[in-house]
Design a protein around this ligand. Structure first.
Ligand SMILES: [Zn+2]
Length: 95
């Protein structure tokens, strides 16, 4: 009986570690991020929002100011560019 409980505890522990630490690309956060356009797709979809100097701006409120935030943490290489005025997500980038 002790052996069964021991192996059950080992399997449960490994399962929890796998779920928490192995990136599968299927998390809700990553899935939503991957649906955002990249910068070139955003500029093609909203050509009227590209300034004469080639910088895209928000197509909701036309603000040229953007914020570059990490997806899961500050240093995440997966970046989301959001409008600094209306806080809507505009495009995604990878550093
Ligand atoms: Zn905006």
């Amino acid at each position: 009986m002790f052996t069964f409980i021991f192996w059950l505890a080992v399997v449960v522990t490994l399962g929890v570690l796998y779920i928490c630490f192995v990136p599968t690309g299927k998390s809700p956060i990553t899935g939503l991020w991957s649906t955002l356009p990249n910068r070139q797709e955003y500029m093609r979809a909203h050509p009227a929002e590209v300034t004469p100097n080639g910088r895209p701006q928000c197509f909701h409120c036309h603000s040229p100011e953007t914020l570059d935030v990490g997806l899961a943490r500050f240093t995440d290489f997966r970046r989301t560019i959001i409008c600094s005025k209306c806080k809507r997500q505009l495009w995604r980038e990878q550093d």
